[in-house]
Ligand binder design. Structure first.
Ligand SMILES: NC(=O)C1=CN([C@@H]2O[C@H](COP(=O)(O)OP(=O)(O)OC[C@H]3O[C@@H](n4cnc5c(N)ncnc54)[C@H](O)[C@@H]3O)[C@@H](O)[C@H]2O)C=CC1
Ligand SMILES: [Mg+2]
Length: 352
């Protein structure tokens, strides 16, 4: 390429980038970091780190919220040095996103043992003192985080858990090697590439036109009801899963379906929750609860659900010793699904 052509090409590239939105630029930047180990090296030097211990994120308390502090590479190296650890451990970190200004964000678990042997679990209480925070189970903290931190930490935990559980090739039994960003692992002996797994799960709010069906599993917190959920079986479409799960769990046949939204859910592993509204055939509303799956299920009126949505915890026992029925918190997709149903019922009952 001549010097003139070279300059013209660079100018064109510059204008191409100028024309792209911040979102597109950010997405392409992250794509490059995931695909190219060399491209990921520098961002790891200048980026910010979220710390975990045994899959529990480091959090600090502020008012009634938890905050997820970030640490620079310098702070992290100092910390590792203090605990007699080699800075090479930082290579165990995984890329979880970046800021609008393209500062890359990584997550690192200091409490997991790694097959590469340089990484041993570091003492939790001493680290908490040093870091002026606590490693708190994500399940306990999720609903007291901002939406941004909740999403980042859920992604980070899911990715860290997947790497921890996939250190060996299931074909050769040899250790697998993570790429720098942590978007995949490769078995050096046979080049099999492993990618992080996500389990698709449907969540369905069944309605008979005026009421909606909510259920409880025995593992739910006392008093909490939610929409019906279930993992997709291999070979199924999500619509087929909705039909099967509703039939399996409450013995009803779904007539129509309407997609609502989706959400990554980190528990118990990494699920993609796909939310639907469904209606049952008129007159076919008799529930037959599958007690192997659910503790109970019932129809609730618009008024009952709208009242429950407004209820705020902590929930105290009523005079008859039971808890008032309550719904999953805002961050859970089931809340969004139920709220949308209440709003639709409200608007359809308004005079035209
Ligand atoms: N974000 C939200 O608003 C909500 C999320 N959920 C999530 O949905 C998930 C699925 O709901 P369930 O009623 O428990 O599912 P389910 O009705 O399919 O029953 C769970 C059973 O499915 C089997 N199973 C099949 N594939 C599985 C897989 N990949 N991983 C684990 N188990 C598998 C197991 O035997 C397990 O005991 C739950 O893990 C829960 O965390 C549930 C309700 C609300
Ligand atoms: Mg279920």
């Amino acid at each position: 390429m001549s010097l003139y052509c070279g300059i013209a090409f660079k100018r064109k590239l510059f204008w191409c980038y100028r024309l792209l939105s911040t979102y597109v630029t950010k997405t392409r930047y992250l794509f490059e970091l995931k695909e190219d180990d060399d491209a990921c090296k520098k961002p790891q030097q200048t980026g910010a780190f979220y710390l975990f211990h045994g899959l529990a994120p480091l959090l600090q308390t502020s008012a009634h919220q938890y905050l997820a502090p970030q640490h620079s590479l310098f702070e992290l190296e100092r910390l590792l040095g203090k605990f007699g650890q080699d800075a090479q451990r930082i290579e165990d970190s995984v890329l979880i996103g970046c800021s609008e200004q393209q500062e890359a964000w990584f997550a690192l678990d200091l409490g997991l043992d790694n097959s590469s042997s340089i990484s041993a679990s570091l003492p939790k209480p001493e680290m908490e003192t040093e870091l002026k925070g606590s490693f708190i189970e994500l399940r306990k903290a999720l609903f007291q985080l901002s939406a941004k931190d909740a999403s980042l930490l859920s992604t980070a935990q899911a990715l860290l858990r997947w790497h921890d559980a996939h250190q060996f090739c299931s074909r050769s039994g040899q250790p697998t090697k993570k790429n720098l960003a942590g978007s995949k692992r490769v078995c050096p002996s046979n080049n099999i590439i492993y990618y992080p797994q996500v389990a698709p799960v449907v969540i369905t709010l069944v309605s008979d036109g005026t009421r909606c069906l909510l259920a409880r599993q025995s593992s739910f917190p006392k008093g909490m009801y939610s929409a019906l959920a279930g993992f997709c079986d291999i070979g199924e479409s999500v619509e087929e899963t909705v039909r099967r799960e509703v039939a399996e769990e409450v013995g009803l046949e779904v007539e129509s379906l309407q997609y609502c939204a989706s959400q990554h859910w980190p528990f118990p592993n990494s699920s993609l929750m796909i939310a639907y509204h469904a209606t049952v055939k008129p007159g076919q509303t008799e529930i037959q609860v599958n007690l192997r799956e659910l503790e109970t299920a019932a129809w609730f009126s618009h008024h009952e659900v709208a009242t429950a949505l407004k209820r705020k915890g902590p929930y105290t026992q009523q005079q008859n010793g039971t808890l008032p029925f309550w719904l999953p918190p805002k961050l859970a997709i089931s809340h969004q699904l139920i709220k949308e149903w209440v709003e639709k019922q409200t608007s359809s009952s308004l005079p035209a």
